[in-house]
Design a protein around this ligand. Structure first.
Ligand code: G4P
Length: 290
């Protein structure tokens, strides 16, 4: 798997985020609830430093609710405030405002003690990797459509504040940070959930990863969707079984593996097989304690 990242591009994005940090009180770190760890920029802690932060697990409608609970406890134990949201449906929006108020209470109390009455609304910025739902969340909070600036470098425009009720102001342009994955599994997770384009990693490889993952963690959902009594041990046999059931065949009756891979990934991404989480907090706890 060869993936080209552009260090210059990443450095620029990082610089832009660092610049904007000066303008705000709190960072909303948006991650994908299906891959809370794999959808983070690995430098984020260093970039944000000691700025108050609220982690938002977005697309919670597509994640395994049981594992989302585990992630919320994981963050709680680490003393990090986290909320599960669905920016598309607008779930969790009120909680964002109330959690921000709580997180900044001390700062504003200190200001009050110094005789400075809370002078203004809380200022926030959304930060996250491409496709995690930054524009969707901005539009939700703004209750109107704000033009997407795109993930392209070189687009500069005047910074605008969006008013969210009386208590919150949000920068209209999010901070875009890139995922970075030396670990190929992280790449597969990003591809499986559609965070990176299918052209970056071979489609069949992504589907093989996804099928192995579902076989290990969610076998019943896989069996139910494709009417399988048992899941074959060999991945090629599993491809054959699904391809045959769904008529993904080439002339002559051979299995069309590209078509089968495409079907599996489409159904997985549109929640036809079920709602799944691909990162488990235990994996990361273990890594930390190693
Ligand atoms: P970005 O700015 O971070 O790059 O992400 P963006 O808001 O463009 O969202 C990327 C995709 O994720 C969009 O889908 C968007 O609708 C979807 N999305 C965002 N938040 C949620 C959520 O909480 N739940 C679900 N299920 N989906 C969410 P798209 O297919 O690219 O476009 P669209 O046609 O759906 O708008």
């Amino acid at each position: 798997m060869t993936i080209q990242w552009f260090p210059g591009h990443m450095a620029k994005a990082r610089r832009q985020v660092t610049e904007k940090l000066k303008l705000i009180d709190i960072v909303y770190e948006l991650v994908d609830a299906r891959i809370p760890q794999s959808s983070r920029n690995p430098m984020i802690d260093e970039i944000i430093s000691n700025k108050p932060r609220l982690v938002l697990l977005n697309k919670v409608d597509k994640a395994d609710p049981r594992v989302t609970e585990q992630w919320l406890s994981y963050y709680r134990e680490k003393g990090i405030r986290a909320i599960a949201i669905d920016a598309q449906a607008g779930k969790g929006m009120k909680q964002i405002v109330s959690a921000s108020n709580e997180l900044l209470k001390e700062k504003f109390d200190r200001m009050k003690a110094k005789g400075i009455v809370k002078p203004r609304a809380i200022r926030a910025m959304i930060v996250g990797i491409p496709n995690v739902g930054k524009s969707t969340l901005i539009n939700r909070l703004a209750s109107k459509k704000i033009a997407k600036t795109g993930d392209r470098p070189g687009i500069t425009q005047a910074q605008q504040w969006i008013k969210v009720g009386k208590e919150l102001e949000l920068l209209d342009t999010p901070g875009i940070l890139w995922p970075k994955f030396e670990d190929p599994i992280v790449g597969y997770k990003l591809a499986t959930t559609g965070a990176i384009k299918d052209t970056i990693i071979n489609l069949q490889d992504i589907a093989v990863y996804a099928l192995r993952f579902l076989t290990e963690h969610y076998p019943e959902a896989l069996k139910a969707r494709y009417g399988l009594e048992n899941i074959p041990e060999e991945i090629v046999d599993l491809f054959d079984a699904i391809g045959t059931k769904r008529g993904c065949l080439m002339p002559g009756g051979l299995i069309d593996y590209d078509k089968t891979a495409e079907l599996i990934l489409r159904e997985l991404r549109t929640d036809k097989i079920g709602t799944f989480t691909f990162d488990f907090p235990q994996e990361f706890n273990e890594k930390v304690s190693e």
